[in-house]
Design a protein around this ligand. Structure first.
Ligand code: ADP
Ligand code: MG
Length: 416
């Protein structure tokens, strides 16, 4: 009976970090690096608890699930978490003295870690079924290795082999179930986030089409009268007030323009469009503006970049991205704009040498009204994302603070 309790306790120790991570960390912490840090700490605690309360098979053996926190931490976190968690295991083992157990622990780790690292990238990209397969196989391998090494160091006895085999099956089964659980929770979380976003955007686009026109008209009238007020005889300070009022009205108008574009149904008016040509046009439009930031735009554009799109909207989204690129370079620099066709996709890249973004800034990119600029609208990226998505494309962002930002737009290629 007490052995059953031990098994259950080990399972409970595994569940705690998973639920703490998905209920607390993922909701509260934005930055990917910090999430990995918290996840590693949680798995570290789980390793300690696993090793402190092992399953004891009478006098024969004391086994625990430590491989699973190590495996999950390494597969999801990468190199450093795996080193940290392995160090945890070895340090804890050291506290009970140097023995054959310590040697076998170190040896098994040394022979397992490289294989985990080798499969880590594949694991992250894989679909759920493959992830389950990789993690179950790795835990099976770890236990088998443990069985062989312990056997070589302290002799094979029938009883020991039996215990180790039971344990091996248990660990593999738990790895199988838990990776399924983790993946299911991750998928649900992702789905919920996407739904929240979609709902937010739906509300905005509805509001946009209802209000924008109504607000625009009175604004135009006000602007007209303000211009009439702007008499040459007016004292300088009053002239300035009128000028500021007109500028602010123009800014409001710009926001409404972006909103209207966003609210428009995007499926209509799509044709065969040369993305390279549109990129050239967008660059031409933005060229003068970029000079004021001392930004030079370099182009490298291939022929035959045909896509199915609405040229005006595509243009708008490219202008938004190019404009941001120029604005990000306070001290000037080069923006490289490229367009190539490869593997069924047209790939548009816009790369600047500007201030760059942190991970949390990148995560917020495209949310309505997110802007770090004094007079920004925070709608440009939202509109661009919406447009590119409506063409069946995707936008990827790579950025580093101080080094610059690269936008990669992938759109389905249309044959000639
Ligand atoms: P706006 O330009 O009006 O601020 P956007 O939606 O176009 O609104 O951009 C949102 C924010 O994203 C910007 O305020 C800026 O902080 C950040 N951003 C966008 N593009 C870049 C870039 N190329 N480099 C650095 N930051 C950027
Ligand atoms: Mg912008």
């Amino acid at each position: 009976m007490s052995i059953l309790k031990d098994f259950l306790l080990q399972l409970a120790i595994m569940v705690i970090p998973i639920f703490s991570y998905f209920t607390l960390v993922i909701e509260k912490v934005e930055s990917e690096k910090r999430r990995t840090l918290f996840m590693t700490l949680l798995w570290g605690v789980s390793i300690l608890l696993c090793m402190a309360f092992p399953i004891s098979f009478g006098d024969h053996a004391r086994l625990d699930l430590r491989i699973l926190p190590l495996l999950f931490g390494s597969l999801y976190g990468g190199f450093w978490p795996s080193i940290f968690l392995s160090a945890f295991i070895i340090l804890y083992r050291l506290t009970s003295g140097i023995s054959a157990g310590l040697y076998s622990t170190v040896l098994v780790l040394v022979l397992t870690l490289p294989i985990i690292w080798y499969y880590q990238k594949t694991f992250l990209k894989a679909a759920r079924a493959k992830k389950v397969f990789i993690s179950s196989s790795l835990s099976f391998y770890y236990c088998l290795l443990g069985l062989i090494i312990v056997g070589l160091l302290s002799g094979f006895s029938a009883e020991n082999i039996k215990i180790q085999l039971i344990f091996l099956l248990f660990v593999t089964a738990v790895a199988f179930c838990f990776i399924m659980l983790v993946e299911k929770i991750r998928e649900n979380h992702q789905l919920r986030k996407e739904m929240q976003n979609a709902e937010k955007l739906r509300v905005i686009s509805e509001l946009a089409s209802v209000f924008a026109h109504e607000i625009r008209n009175p604004m135009q009238v006000t602007r007209g009268f303000l211009q009439l007020l702007n008499d040459p005889d007016l004292p300088d300070d009053k002239k300035k007030y009128v000028q500021i009022s007109i500028e602010e009205l123009d800014r409001a108008n710009e926001i409404i323009h972006d909103f209207l574009l966003f609210g428009k149904p995007s499926a209509d008016n799509r044709q065969r469009v040369d993305a390279g040509l549109q990129l050239k046009r967008a660059v031409n439009i933005i060229q003068n503006y970029s000079f004021s930031f001392n930004a030079e735009i370099k182009m490298s554009i291939e022929d035959n970049c045909w896509i199915h799109a609405n040229s005006q909207q595509l243009n708008q989204s490219l202008i938004n991205i190019l404009k941001n690129a120029a604005e990000s370079m306070e001290n000037g620099g080069t923006v490289s704009a490229g367009c190539t066709a490869e593997n069924g996709y047209v790939r548009i890249t816009i790369k600047d040498q500007g201030i760059g973004m942190t991970e949390s800034q990148m995560a917020r990119l495209g949310s309505p009204f997110y802007s770090l600029k004094e007079s920004g609208t925070g709608l440009g990226m939202m509109v661009s994302y919406q447009i590119i998505r409506s063409f069946g494309g995707s936008i990827e962002v790579n950025s580093a603070m101080g080094a610059g930002t690269e936008f990669i737009i992938l759109l389905p290629h249309m044959d000639q």
